[in-house]
Design a protein around this ligand. Structure first.
Ligand code: PLP
Length: 430
């Protein structure tokens, strides 16, 4: 397996694109080496410009729950394209997609479509501030909600990997309204409520951007109570976990109802599409009904909506996929864990539906501080060894892996065999 063409491509890209990539984690900075330049995807596989084939456990960082080139999604997109790429005017399909999301997610009565998760969370927070009439917000260390100024106050996975606690270029005045609490630690939330005039709490209820770290159910319950007590809007950021951890995201694991939720990734079926939604009385403050401004030239784009709608309809027609995906994820994590333990390597694993995560860590990970105690050097070695063997894992210890329906037990077992070989080589210092 060589990467000659990718190395050339990467060098060329670096001349004209900062770091050679259009989103930082793609540059492989935390694991070293060259990112393969991709030429195509098929089912659960990626193919690079050097003719290497990889089992893809990234799936475009989550969107592709049916894998690459799903025939139903491809067909619906091909048909939609015949009628034009964009109108900047309402279409019936947007209503249908909104209804589909509303029908599965409790607490969401209206939805607005946007183009990225960043936009969804940024807009949700603006609305939450307007509704509560309070400027201060709480976010959690290790949670990532996109790259808007107010949310880059504590590191997301990209930043954590690069070792910068917050981004230069974000004015202190913008970040002073953002309080950062500790994940799964209700006392830290209480002190934020005491110190600030909190109008909104945003959380990944199943965190996937510090590795996979689900919130404890009792913690989410306490959070709900605190928000009620202090009159703060609770936002569940389910951009990653929505339609991924289960059909209902975190609501497949508990009956806690947020005031607002954000979606992305799977709801676009691989196209740029995201959404934020909430209770009527909150969403009705949005322009043109209310004064809270939010807009988008390409929002609700017909091609993106057709891909997303086909994806969601296909999921709803086959809700059993989640138990299938979870079984495969469990099998993979059991396999990795057993392989690591054979060589005396500490590995913590976690599965939520089609999402999986593993930390080279001695103890269970409950928050970002725990996650950061992981052996990132071991991760980098493991990642490189797996890539060499045709297994494409997320290129950071602080990301989540994804299973798609195009995978089966044989594919998972191939990945486990590669893990065994990788740990064997690592332990022998090869
Ligand atoms: C990916 C992600 C975002 C940002 O979405 P983009 O489409 O990349 O802007 C926000 N929140 C969560 C939880 C995410 O996983």
């Amino acid at each position: 397996m060589g990467l000659l063409h990718s190395i050339n491509d990467f060098n060329e890209a670096k001349q004209v694109i900062p770091g050679g990539v259009n989103s930082p984690v793609r540059a492989f900075k935390s694991v070293g080496g060259t990112p393969p330049f991709i030429i195509k995807g098929q089912n659960c596989y990626l193919f690079d410009v050097d003719d290497n084939r990889y089992i893809d456990f990234v799936q475009s960082w989550g969107p592709l729950i049916f894998g690459h080139c799903d025939p139903d999604i491809q067909t619906s997109v091909s048909i939609a394209i015949q009628n034009g790429l964009s109108f900047g005017a309402p279409t019936e399909m947007e209503t249908t997609l909104a209804k589909e999301i509303i029908s599965v997610y409790e607490g969401i009565e209206k939805i607005r479509l946007v183009n990225s998760g960043t936009e969804a969370t940024m807009s949700a927070i603006r609305l939450a501030r307007a509704y509560s009439g309070k400027d201060d917000i709480i976010k959690f260390d290790g949670c990532y909600h996109g790259h808007s100024d107010a949310l880059l106050v504590s590191a997301g996975s990209g930043c954590a990997t690069f070792g910068t606690p917050s981004s230069p270029g974000v004015p202190k005045d913008f970040s002073k309204h953002t309080f950062v609490a500790k994940y799964n630690d209700i006392e830290s939330v209480k002190s934020c409520f005491q110190d600030g005039n909190i109008g909104c709490v945003i959380i990944e209820p199943i965190a996937g951007n510090m590795g996979l770290v689900p919130a404890r159910i009792d913690f989410l319950k306490d959070l709900r109570h605190l928000c009620d007590e202090f009159g703060a809007v609770l936002i569940f950021d389910e951009v990653m976990s929505g339609f991924r951890a289960s059909l209902k995201g975190v609501q497949g694991y508990c009956d806690i109802v947020p005031d607002m939720a954000t979606f992305g990734k799977v709801i676009g079926g691989g196209m740029p599409l995201a959404a934020f939604g909430g209770k009527d009385e909150i969403m009705n403050l949005l322009s043109p009904l209310g004064g809270v401004y939010q807009a988008g030239t390409l929002s609700g784009n017909p091609i993106a909506v057709s891909a997303g709608l086909t994806s969601i309809c296909k999921i709803k027609q086959n809700p059993q996929i989640y138990s299938y995906l979870e079984k495969l994820a469990q099998r993979l994590m059991e396999g990795f864990k057993n392989a690591a333990h054979t060589y005396g390597i500490n590995l913590q694993t976690c599965v939520r539906g089609s999402m999986f995560g593993f930390f080279f860590n001695k103890t269970k990970v409950e928050n970002f501080e725990d996650a950061q105690k992981s052996d990132t050097k071991m991760f980098a070695q493991f990642h490189a060894k797996m890539l060499e063997k045709g297994v494409y894992l997320a290129c950071s210890q602080f990301e989540t892996g994804f299973i798609c329906t195009a995978m089966n037990e044989a594919v998972i077992d191939t990945a486990i065999k590669s893990a065994e070989k990788s740990f064997d080589e690592i332990s022998k210092g090869i």
